[in-house]
Ligand binder design. Sequence first.
Ligand code: NAD
Ligand code: 89V
Length: 344
Amino acid sequence: MANLSGALIGCGFFAVNQMHAWRDIEGASIVAICDRDPERLRIVGDQFGVARRYTDAAALFAGEKLDFVDIATTVGSHRPLVEMAAAHGVPVICQKPFAPTLADAKLMVEACVKAGVPLMVHENFRWQSPIQAVRAALVSGEIGTPFFGRISFRSAYDVFSGQPYLATGKRFIIEDLGIHILDIARFLLGDVTSLTARTARVNPAIAGEDVATMLMDHESGAISVVDCSYATRLAVEPFPETLIEIDGSGGTIRLAQGYRLTIVGKSGTKVSDISQPLLPWASRPWHNIQESVVAIQKHWVDCLAKRIEPETSGADNLKTLALVEAAYAGAASGAPVRLDALLR
Ligand code: NAD
Ligand code: 89V
């Protein structure tokens, strides 16, 4: 496989995982990095031995011949940076949340389509191996036709120490974390026709909502509940596990805390421990997320080689971002929100 030359823009908290993952992946290398903060540029450049460093993304695009760019900045800079990549004809990965609004996201997808460049959103939660295992069980037909799902993420983990900006935005849990859990609901049960939401802020020290409960109708006829909380103190802290219950016409799937998967279906009852191996550079409890970063970045390299659209392409992610917008609109109005109106 030809070695692809990539650049990383944004050398902050999460980008370190992306850099570790690039080092593990055959067929791609990060040849240049960019951060407007010279200190972050120095830390990541030295840690990963990248000599070509830029404090300005325009200078990066002007100075490098790139096969792709990996944008790991926070949401406010995503649109200008994706549009800059498109203008330079460079295939682009963009971190979630893809854009601050669905309108921006639509324009970003359009810019990449017009430029003919591939675009993938780094929506990594569905790439976690336990989530992939649930999906494989559904696809196998073991539990028949799913009619109910609960996708749940409840924790009291202190996310603010690593990511202080999460405490200051008017929007918090739906935009930052719920976006992953809503994407998993789509991944497992298909696209959504309508969504009802309720939110609350329990922690008085933050600006946004830290609890959200969403009820969704899926095109398939299934219904699901997506519930997220960063205000839930439990005996054993589950961060960052997503717990799943799916009921089907012929059985059930349960992904319980501790990565215990129970499938009751046509072939009887099977209980497995699907804990993932700890990568050499990973650290608990983040290892589950870190493993998914390798998986999604490998997927990108495969898609570029095969010239196929990534599963979490920009176009696909519009449907996840629409759920985020629907959730905020629904929580504000108290009424169900139809998705077709948002996606037109
Ligand atoms: P961060 O603030 O630690 O890092 C962002 C970096 O980008 C900073 O160093 C900043 O200086 C740099 N930057 C911002 N705008 C820039 C620009 N225009 N040009 C060059 N550099 C720029 O943030 P973070 O916590 O690493 O989050 C980054 C993104 O990753 C966010 O969108 C966040 O939601 C996402 N994230 C994803 C996961 C996941 O599991 N998928 C986990 C954590 C964070
Ligand atoms: O996945 C994320 O985007 C992270 C966290 C897991 C803390 O929500 O911000």
